[in-house]
Design a protein around this ligand. Structure first.
Ligand code: MRU
Length: 351
């Protein structure tokens, strides 16, 4: 079991993903500002994990508050949410988590301050547990789409490390393997941050799932050689029409998949669906530091003064997507209708 992040008596503990695959070390945050930093610096990353981290960061900030009335606590909660909300703009799970913590506050604001704090801590822990359960459900749905044997390509890391546990895209692969399917994973290395080679390969190795790392520019050749039977990736935000924002390079993979007649699947929880974004053009794309591209392991690879771009995500239009796998079931085209149906399913609300 990989403990990506957890609530402890000492604070919120994160497996430091910037140190993988060579060092398995943990960072404990005692303040919400520290949690904001670990999200921004990608000690923790992946849309669902960012959401749960945000909730835990908010719970931590509220726990540390000296406010004596619900009104004062609410003012602090707003400031905490503001700090957490300014970390990474693309993964909608961050804003979903903030909204959920705010809604929880509203439901219990008539209680004494100590009970409000406890309620918010419990809500963050519940979100952690729910995320794992959602991934397992997604796995069960998605496993039916995986080939009985053969290569499955994935991009970036949409595994246990990108969630509270089990994973979305890798959860689908894990579930298929648990059902006895003989899957060999091809993991795109995922320049520039190398989530595929550093993280996906690391966690699949731990599970004994056969994995081959390829550099991103090899994906087309692997498809042409018949090595890839299906593709499954995660998502950072899914627009109402089914356009999907995911790690930069996903779009390239999806276009290649179409050309080679290979099904391209997206696995993501309902918390990643943003019906307020009508299509992918409305999804904000995070621009990260140029040094992530110009330097590799601290060594400069680009001449001084040359322009560098570093968009962290791209948008894959819905037309390239065979299906979107969620915990509530599988959505297919037309996605504007199927996604709406899946997102409308009842959710349990705890007072
Ligand atoms: O920049 P990152 O590492 O946070 O990007 C992660 C991805 O793009 C993942 O594929 C996505 O969040 C889905 S994670 C289940």
């Amino acid at each position: 079991m990989i403990h990506t992040l957890e609530w402890t008596e000492q604070g919120v503990r994160f497996l430091d993903q910037t140190k993988l695959p060579t060092e398995e070390t943990y960072v404990t945050c005692n303040t919400h500002e520290q949690v904001a930093d670990v999200i921004r610096n990608m000690v923790v990353r992946g849309a669902p994990a960012i959401g749960v981290a945000a909730a835990m960061g908010i719970a931590l900030g509220v726990k540390n508050s000296t406010a004596e009335s619900p009104g004062d606590l609410k003012r602090e909660l707003d400031q905490i949410c503001d700090v957490i909300g300014k970390t990474r703009p693309t993964a909608v799970n961050l804003f979903w988590a903030i909204r959920r913590m705010q809604e929880k506050f509203e439901r219990i604001r008539i209680r004494p301050v100590t009970q409000i704090k406890q309620g918010l801590i419990e809500e963050a822990q519940r979100m952690h547990a729910e995320d794992i359960a959602a991934n397992q459900a997604m796995g069960r749905h998605g496993a039916t789409l995986m080939p009985a044997d053969g290569g499955v390509l994935t991009h970036c890391n949409a595994g246990a490390l990108a969630t509270a546990g089990y994973g979305t895209a890798l959860g689908v692969i894990r579930a298929a393997v648990e059902e006895g399917k003989k899957i060999h994973v091809y993991a795109d290395e995922t320049r520039p941050f190398l989530q595929g080679s550093r993280l996906t390969a690391w966690e699949l190795m731990k599970d004994g799932i056969p994995t081959t790392v390829i550099s991103d520019n090899m994906a087309g050749a692997m498809m042409r050689q018949g090595k890839i039977k299906a593709i499954v990736v995660g998502a950072d935000r899914i627009a109402a029409n089914g356009d999907v924002a995911n790690k930069i390079g996903t779009y390239t993979v999806a276009v290649l998949a179409k050309e080679h007649g290979i099904p391209f699947y997206v696995a993501a929880p309902i918390s990643t669906v943003d019906l307020a974004c009508l299509d992918g053009s409305q999804i904000p794309i995070e621009q990260r530091n140029a040094q992530e591209v110009s330097h590799i392991a601290g060594k400069q690879m680009v001449p001084d003064g040359v322009a560098v771009e570093n968009p962290a995500f791209d948008v894959t239009p819905a037309q390239y997507i065979a299906a979107i796998i969620t915990e509530n079931g599988i959505a297919r085209s037309p996605f504007d209708i199927s996604l709406r149906k899946l997102t409308a399913q009842e959710v349990e609300v705890h007072p």
